[in-house]
Design a protein around this ligand. Structure first.
Ligand code: 0RA
Length: 654
């Protein structure tokens, strides 16, 4: 169904009788993925965002400054705000209370809000009625006009009318809902995922206090896990947060804020000594992963303004080669946030802004404000231009190195790396490649694999830390070149990674297999960082996985069992114990892949029937970016703290 068709349904259901109204929400239950993306953990979390977005709208309208989210023990959710409260009076057209209309009619959310246009509103902007349709139970409690109003619903249908259940001197809306387990295949909420979205919302909407608490997690004193987010300076704070472990080139980020041709534009940017570009763009608080016209406008304005300034300053007069657009963004961290009344989202994941009018607005905003900033801050301006010259010089060297490598490859005419043990199957959709730590484990994997569809590429020791290396070093690195060649993707720049030629990709499962120890997980992180920076599309398309070798083999007599966690180990030991004694139980801790023979490795880690693969996903691009730069950067304390707090990858939810 197209957006237009969806709008038609909502329009007709809005104007016509009850039966059609119910049909609207039936459609949501029939095809939930159409409305909230999917019915996996992503869709589950989406329900919370949908409700919170309504409160954010109320805050953006100027009536609300506090939003609380609670995860309850049964994985139901409460969202509370101190806004005006959803109106409860009679809605004439529908002949029922406005509250009931908001809660039961598709897309009815902003219908009464005449003055301000609705800017927030979830990835799909479907409204709280969708959440209602997909919940076994939902209650709305409204503090308004001195009273407390209440209505309850089940799978989108009201159970009784709106009741007055008390008096109140406050205003606000409290929505409590329990996602329907017959719709969602995952019903357990992840604190970190919600928490990081609320943090993002706090940065994107300064002045709002957002709190999340998790009643499932209590400390020894019975205190529940809670986090509160508030940002006074918005995007400037966001940039400082993202660049916490990077070495900054300016004392304060550049901040651009205003409205152009009726489009509110907010930008903050900072240069650092790293070599990567970290642009994050938002439309109506939604992360536009695939970019679009606002990002294009930013790039244009930035390039033109900096180029003009650099030429005028004479600093680039002696350069013997051209400066490319990319050079202006090396080591740049920037957030672009725009508000668009009727956004058109395009692209594979509907996260690319299509509205052409936005390009000019952002371009003009950047040009005007940045030109002014450069004139007013000559010291910072010189620093930026010097960074751009450095980037251009390095890129020039990198291109030479790359050309040399590619020429060598053509001359040697091998095609695939010598260390690759390829599979016989040719259909990429059926092929897997294991990237294995070390030649010895690589050898075992070669023996253990199913050579029909599993290829093995052993990697020697630690691969290059791409966070800290200049590009030409990356292209000269043999392990990295082998990976590109084996995957069938030509070596490109970080910029190219946004347009990888996935048709040439030779395997649709790329499986990182490292030892189950600290070094192993460091190598896995290095590889994930590499994919994140240079082949992000592979992660976005769900092609990247982490293998999980077992931690223990427990034997007693002829019984044996592999265990993947401490809990499993304890449970197995208990099970194998006889008369309360652990005598005769043998526990082997697998520290490395090398301790397993080929059969064991196949049985536990490579056989599709039994292995556990963890798929690498990016939930929150900005947060992933910060975490990678922290994990791979120079500062030890934040890294140690992160590793201590997170057993594995938090938002890079591998
Ligand atoms: C429509 C009109 C008015 C408030 C809201 C909607 C509203 C919706 C939500 C959803 C979550 N929290 C909310 N808070 C407010 C205001 C009508 C008026 O008082 O004039």
């Amino acid at each position: 169904m197209t957006t237009e068709e969806k709008n038609n349904i909502s329009k007709s259901s809005y104007n016509e009788n009850n039966i059609q109204v119910l049909e609207g929400l039936e459609a949501v239950r029939k095809r939930p993925a159409m409305y909230i993306g999917d019915v996996s953990t992503r869709g589950l979390h989406h329900l919370v965002y949908e409700v919170v977005d309504n409160s954010i709208d109320e805050a953006l309208a100027g009536y609300c400054d506090t939003i609380d989210v609670v995860i309850h023990e049964d994985n139901s959710i409460t969202v509370t705000d101190n806004g005006r409260g959803i109106p409860t009076g009679m809605h004439e057209k529908e002949n029922k209370s406005a509250l009931e209309v908001v809660m039961t009619v598709l897309h009815a959310g902003g219908k009464f809000d005449k003055g301000s246009y609705k800017v927030s509103g979830g990835l799909h902007g479907v409204g709280v009625s969708c959440v209602n349709a997909l919940s076994t139970q939902l209650t709305a409690t409204i503090h308004r006009e001195g009273k407390v109003f209440f209505q309850e619903y089940s799978i989108g249908k009201p159970i009784g009318g709106v009741k007055v259940i008390g008096e109140s001197d406050k205003t606000g809306t409290i929505i409590h809902f329990k996602p329907d387990g017959s719709i969602f295949n995952e019903t357990v909420y992840n604190f970190d995922v919600l928490s990081s979205r609320l943090r993002e919302l706090a940065f994107l909407n300064k002045g709002i206090t957002l709190t999340i608490s998790d009643e499932r997690e209590k400390d020894d004193n019975g205190n529940i896990r809670t986090k509160t987010y508030f940002s006074e300076n918005g995007l400037i704070d966001f940039i400082n947060y993202l660049d916490e472990t990077r070495e900054k080139l300016m004392t304060d980020p550049i901040s651009i804020e205003g409205e152009k041709n009726g489009i509110p534009v907010e930008i903050a940017m900072q240069y650092n000594t790293s070599f990567s570009e970290n642009l994050h763009s938002y439309v109506n608080n939604i992360n536009t992963h695939e970019g679009g016209t606002h990002l294009a406008g930013f790039r244009r304005g930035l390039t033109r303004t900096l180029k003009t300034y650099a030429e005028k300053s004479g600093m680039t007069a002696k350069l013997k080669f051209d400066i490319s657009g990319d050079d202006f963004r090396e080591g740049l961290t920037a957030i672009i946030s725009v508000k668009v009344a009727e956004p058109q989202f395009e692209g594979q994941t509907k996260t690319k802004l299509g509205n052409s009018e936005v390009m000019g607005s952002v371009d003009q905003m950047v040009s005007e404000h940045l030109a002014y900033y450069l004139e007013e801050n000559p010291k910072e301006a010189r620093t930026i231009v010097n960074k751009v010259i450095l980037a251009a010089t390095a890129r020039h060297a990198a291109r030479k190195a790359r050309e040399l490598v590619q020429r060598k490859n053509i001359l040697s005419n091998t095609g695939l790396p010598g260390k690759l043990a390829d599979c016989s199957e040719k259909d990429p959709a059926l092929c897997e490649i294991y990237l294995v730590e070390g030649d010895s484990a690589g050898g075992t994997a070669k023996q253990g694999r199913d050579r029909k569809f599993q290829a093995i590429l052993p990697l020697r020791g630690k691969i290059l830390n791409v966070e800290k290396a200049m590009q030409h070093k990356i292209f000269e690195n043999e392990e990295i070149r082998n990976m590109f060649t084996a995957l069938g993707i030509s070596i490109g720049t970080a910029e190219d990674s946004k347009a990888l030629n996935l048709e040439k990709l030779r395997y649709h499962k790329i499986i990182i297999m490292t030892d189950a120890d600290v070094d192993g997980s460091h190598i896995a992180t290095l590889l994930l960082t590499f994919f994140y920076r240079y082949m992000k599309e592979l992660i976005e398309n769900g092609y990247v996985y982490i293998a999980t070798p077992p931690l223990y083999l427990i034997k007693k007599g002829n019984k044996e069992r592999y265990c993947w966690s401490e809990d499993e180990r304890k449970q197995t030991v208990q099970e194998f114990s006889e008369n309360g004694t652990e005598k005769g139980i043998h526990i082997q801790r697998y520290k490395g892949l090398g301790e397993m023979n080929a059969d064991q490795l196949w049985n536990t880690t490579m056989d599709p029937q039994y292995r556990i693969l963890r798929q690498a996903t990016i939930d929150n691009g900005a947060e992933a970016d910060r975490i990678f730069s922290m994990l791979m950067g120079d500062e030890v304390p934040p890294r140690r703290e992160f590793i201590e707090q997170n057993a594995k990858y938090a938002n890079i939810d591998a």
